[in-house]
Design a protein around this ligand. Structure first.
Ligand code: HEM
Length: 459
């Protein structure tokens, strides 16, 4: 990530890189983002490269699809995050998992045991996300319980998931992967990880296909009990297609949120941020808002300071640090007069690439203190939370392909901190370490976030 920032300092917001088979055009400016993700949205597609790299894992799911195939899935999935679904199902599942988390932290506190908070969040998130999206118990209850010994449990599914994230990310950086994977034998590891993931997903889908009569669908939808699989089944009953669609959502939902929650904890504990008294201000926010330890639907938005920290975390530690799209037909990117950059032609088959990591650090967009972690920047003078244009604050993507899980992930993260901060003090095991972002499809805290926890006595 630091390398992109160095390249930006040398070449500015727009430059080209040559890689085997195609040309990469780097475009780090909101003007470009608005052009490719809104003004001329249809000409910038996931395209051939996304399919070539990720089809084996993501099939024709939302992340690799364009046109009608993308639109159908997007429309169906939007209904999984309605107010009714939040009120009836999402919060219930989340509360159950938060209850387990609090008990687990208490045990870890009693034993003064150091643990990887990022790993705990990945466990919580995989269990809750599967239940929220597919209304099934996961069959991996042993990996997240109130007993510290659960942290030694591994399951084949999550292991395969982790491996796949790493292996497929490597393909993005090596366009010769079809050859190098075969030569190194990595193709077998990749296939094994993919088979394990789909084996698990297929079981859920087969059970549902057998159970499901469609008569009660409308009733379920009205009660807010419909899940993502039901919604996808309204457009297809093909098992392989359904599995692909569902796996995309698990990929979207677990690591992104778990890692962002880990970055949140790191930022509020870092010694260099101590002057902002973030933990104390977050606790004051929770106390003055008067919410319970388990937030109801709509309550996460009331915790303004926690939301400001969350936004700042997503800005400086974007778990999706980069993105790319393919140019469908010859085009011309707009000029950026304020940075003295002329219009730039791009050709069919080029890939345009942006780095959220860089967009978030540009002083031209965020001011001279762009690289400082300062949640207060999110408040206007009258104390309201402000939202810059999504083409500037680009960590959630923008335009018609904006992250579908933004509200969901935000609610999950704020709920975690509203539950744990009033009852526990956290401390970093290595406060002076230089924490780096991990490589992989999402950027986590490299080597995890090791902490100790203490119950608060002054309650
Ligand atoms: C902190 C957490 C999250 C962040 C920072 C995040 C960020 C992003 C980004 C940058 C994209 C664009 C990716 C691309 O097109 O290559 C995206 C897309 C998407 N996200 Fe998220 N995401 C988060 C959590 C979630 C969750 C929890 C879900 C749902 C379970 C979700 C569902 C999706 C979906 C379905 C898309 C594809 C949208 C489309 O192409 O129309 N995300 N997200």
């Amino acid at each position: 990530m630091g390398r992109w920032w160095d390249l930006h300092k040398t070449y500015g917001p727009a430059y080209e890189l040559s890689v085997p088979f195609f040309r990469l055009v780097v475009i780090n400016h909101p003007k470009y983002m608005e052009y490719i993700q809104k003004t001329n949205f249809n000409n910038f597609i996931k395209g051939y490269e996304a399919k070539r790299n990720f089809h084996q894992l993501q099939r024709d799911g939302i992340f690799t699809s364009d046109g009608q195939a993308w639109y159908t899935q997007r429309k169906a999935a939007t209904k999984a995050f309605t107010k009714k679904n939040f009120e009836n199902h999402i919060t219930t599942v989340l509360h159950r998992h938060l209850e387990t988390l609090l008990k687990l932290l208490k045990r870890l506190a009693d034993e003064r045991m150091a643990f990887d908070f990022q790993d705990v969040m990945s466990r919580l998130l995989v269990c809750s996300t599967i239940q929220i999206l597919f209304h099934v118990s996961t069959g991996m209850d042993n990996i997240f319980t109130s007993e510290p010994s659960c942290l030694h449990e591994i399951c084949e599914f999550t292991e395969a998931f982790d491996k796949a994230q790493y292996l497929f990310d490597e393909r993005r950086r090596n366009s010769l992967w079809p050859w190098t994977e075969r030569l190194s034998g990595k193709d077998k590891l990749t296939s094994r990880a993919v088979d394990l993931i789909y084996g698990y997903m297929n079981e859920i889908i087969e059970r549902r296909l057998q159970q499901k009569s469609s008569e009660d669908k409308q009733d379920q939808e009205e009660k807010g009990q419909v899940d993502l699989l039901d919604l996808f089944m309204q457009s297809t009953r093909d098992k392989d297609d359904l599995a692909g669609m569902c796996v995309n959502f698990l990929l979207a939902g677990r690591d992104t949120t778990a890692y962002s929650i880990a970055w949140f904890l790191l930022e509020i504990l870092r010694p260099e941020n101590a002057r902002y008294t973030l933990v104390q201000r977050a606790r004051d926010d929770i106390q003055t808002t008067g919410v319970n330890e388990y937030l109801g639907y709509g309550e996460s938005a009331k915790l303004k300071f926690l939301n400001a920290i969350w936004n700042e975390v997503l800005r400086l530690d974007p778990v999706a640090p980069a993105g790319q799209l393919e140019v469908a037909a010859d085009d011309v990117l707009p000029a950026v007069p304020e940075m003295d950059i002329p219009a730039r032609p791009v050709r069919k088959g080029d890939c345009v690439v942006w780095h959220n990591y860089v967009l978030s650090r540009m002083p031209e967009l965020w001011g001279p203190d762009a690289e400082d972690f300062k949640p207060d920047r999110w408040f206007s003078e009258d104390g309201q939370l402000q939202q810059p244009s999504p083409f500037t604050f680009h960590s959630w993507n923008a335009g018609p392909r904006t992250c579908l899980g933004k509200g969901f992930a935000t609610h999950e993260a704020i709920s975690v901190f509203a539950a744990v901060l009033p009852s526990f003090d956290f401390e970093l095991v290595e406060p002076n370490k230089i924490y780096e972002g991990s490589s992989g499809m999402n950027m986590g805290v490299q080597d995890g976030l090791w902490v100790r926890v203490k119950e608060r006595k002054d309650l």
